[in-house]
Design a binder for this molecule. Sequence first.
Ligand code: ADP
Length: 144
Amino acid sequence: MEKTLILLKPDCVQQKIVGKVIARFEEAGFTIRANKMIQLTDDVLREHYAHIAEFPFYPSVEEFMKETPVVALVLEADGIIDTMREMLGVTDCLEADAGTIRADWGSKEDGKNKMCNIAHASDSAEAAEVEIKRFFSEDEVFSY
Ligand code: ADP
């Protein structure tokens, strides 16, 4: 079994589609192991997005990710990291395959299509381990 860290971003919260996105995860058979709402800060964003922090677009990502609290989840299933990245679609919502979460609900607006893309999902098992610890303490992740 594999776990992944999901953040439902402010554009997801603002559109009031948190329930729809989580329903899609549950319909896929994923198990919810942890869930809470978090207001992100500059410090945690700089850590979480260290790989893009030097790009010119980073300050706008930081502002966007603080617009509302985000909904964080730990989900579990066999091979969930790859399955989830497929369900989400590529970063640019205009390029994402039809039927993916980013194609269905992400921004198609010029300048926002690469940023306002509904959800973050861990891109490897190593990243998932670090990211789950970043947002959840051990007693917040349930193994029922
Ligand atoms: P992903 O979330 O698809 O794994 P990255 O890790 O490359 O993508 O980037 C992290 C986040 O930064 C993206 O989800 C998106 O919100 C934002 N982002 C990435 N590239 C751009 C860009 N060129 N312009 C604006 N925002 C971007």
